[in-house]
Design a protein around this ligand. Structure first.
Ligand SMILES: NC(=O)c1ccc[n+]([C@@H]2O[C@H](COP(=O)([O-])OP(=O)(O)OC[C@H]3O[C@@H](n4cnc5c(N)ncnc54)[C@H](OP(=O)(O)O)[C@@H]3O)[C@@H](O)[C@H]2O)c1
Length: 370
């Protein structure tokens, strides 16, 4: 068996074995309901993934409306064999009758248009950082805190930062064994985390280097091709970046925990899927076997941990998949209560569009959409 086949087999087996309540959604006939769904930012990396995921999961849509700025207004996208034209997002009544609006058009757009989007009762599931830390906006990862989505005074549910989503999905089953007191994490974030234009910039940089042309740098602080950049988002007064502070603050809000998280977020030149090296300190020691068993059984996680056969999760393997993949689980040799692991997952799927769709599926399942 080739290594690739072996990996696929492991992925498939884990999918069949795991007790995933999100999987059980597929067996519940929630799809007799029909919804009017809006995607704000349809042309973007996340917006395009929404279209794919909503189609794949047979989400109950009977009307779809796509929005964008002047740049993409008028562009047509195909969804389930039908063409839809992107409308210009404006301050008007376009969201009347919309049940669920998936927003992925950046924080300033979300802030500017939230009132228009929610005015007639649409649930706005927002991928930006605009409202994540607001007390009256739940910040939700269904594997951790699905019920928080039910309390949304402003009609807004925030989708967390992508790197944080993937980490908490893996930490939740370990927290269920013993309280996690401290987290140290270094991320290895792909170019697509900065959007569709950033992906294109990385590809163009490699091409320009090969062709002997000067390299253009717009979307990243430095050339990313053949490089790693230890900066994602802007620096804060405490020396951490905004992305790193999101991991600290959002982890605490999602997991309802006092855990302290120290992160170093790094941009690497993979195109898609973020990876993270995570170290945790728990109240009581957790054995490697206990951790592996809990992760393998946890919703949204797949264990891919066979270092003897060079098997561990990597972006090339995890891109385009739904789960967060975990390997290299080992005891920390510097701390009896420490555990170290490696994870990798598609941040445009579970880190963004898929998580938002799972929130919507949860609301439908519990009958909590207007
Ligand atoms: N990429 C990721 O891995 C990821 C993960 C988690 C969360 N997010 C978040 O998701 C959001 C979108 O990210 P992305 O990666 O998809 O970015 P992107 O590829 O750059 O796409 C941005 C989208 O926003 C739309 N937009 C921008 N300004 C607008 C305006 N004034 N009115 C209407 N639409 C507007 C753009 O439409 P036009 O083309 O018409 O300008 C485009 O569709 C961001 O908030 C990002 O932080 C991204």
């Amino acid at each position: 068996m080739t290594q690739k086949n072996y990996l696929n087999l492991k992925f498939d087996n884990a999918h069949h074995l795991k007790k995933n309540y999100l999987c059980t959604l597929k067996h519940i006939n929630i799809y007799t309901i029909k919804m009017k769904v809006a995607i704000v930012g349809a042309s973007g990396a996340v917006g395009q993934e929404f279209l794919r995921i909503l189609a794949e999961r047979n989400f109950p849509i009977d009307e779809l409306v796509l929005f964008g700025s002047q740049r993409s207004a008028g562009t047509k996208y195909t969804f389930r064999g039908k063409e839809y034209e992107v409308k210009l997002l404006q301050h008007n009544d376009d969201f009347k009758g919309v049940d669920i609006a998936f927003a992925s058009a950046g924080a300033s757009t979300s802030k500017e248009f939230a009132a228009d989007i929610t005015k007639y009762g649409a649930v706005m599931i927002d991928n930006s950082s605009a409202f994540r830390m607001d007390d009256d906006v739940p910040l939700v990862v269904p594997e951790c805190n699905a019920e928080d989505a039910l309390n949304r005074p402003r009609g807004i549910i925030a989708n967390p930062n992508c790197t944080t989503i993937m980490m908490v999905v893996v930490l939740q089953p370990l927290e269920n064994i013993s309280h996690i007191k401290r987290i140290h994490v270094s991320s290895y974030q792909s170019a697509s985390g900065a959007g569709a234009a950033a992906m294109a910039e990385l590809e163009q940089q490699y091409k320009d280097i090969v062709d002997g042309n000067p390299v253009t740098v717009k979307k990243f602080p430095h050339q990313l091709a053949y490089n790693v950049i230890p900066q994602i988002d802007v620096f804060q007064p405490n020396g951490y970046t905004k992305e790193e502070m999101k991991m600290y603050n959002e982890t605490r809000k999602i997991m309802h925990t006092d855990a302290k998280c120290s992160a170093t977020c790094v941009r690497v030149s993979s195109l898609r899927s973020h990876s993270e090296s995570v170290w945790i300190e728990t109240e009581k020691p957790i054995s490697v076997e206990e951790a592996q068993k809990a992760i393998a059984a946890a919703p949204g996680c797949t264990l891919v941990d066979d270092p003897a056969n060079l098997v561990y999760p990597m972006p090339l393997e995890t891109a385009g998949k739904d789960d967060v993949f975990v390997g290299r689980v080992r005891k920390d040799i510097s701390d009896d209560n420490g555990l170290t692991l490696w994870l990798s997952g598609d941040q445009i799927r579970k880190g963004a569009a898929l998580n938002a769709v799972q929130i919507a599926e949860y609301l439908i399942k519990v009958g909590n959409v207007k």
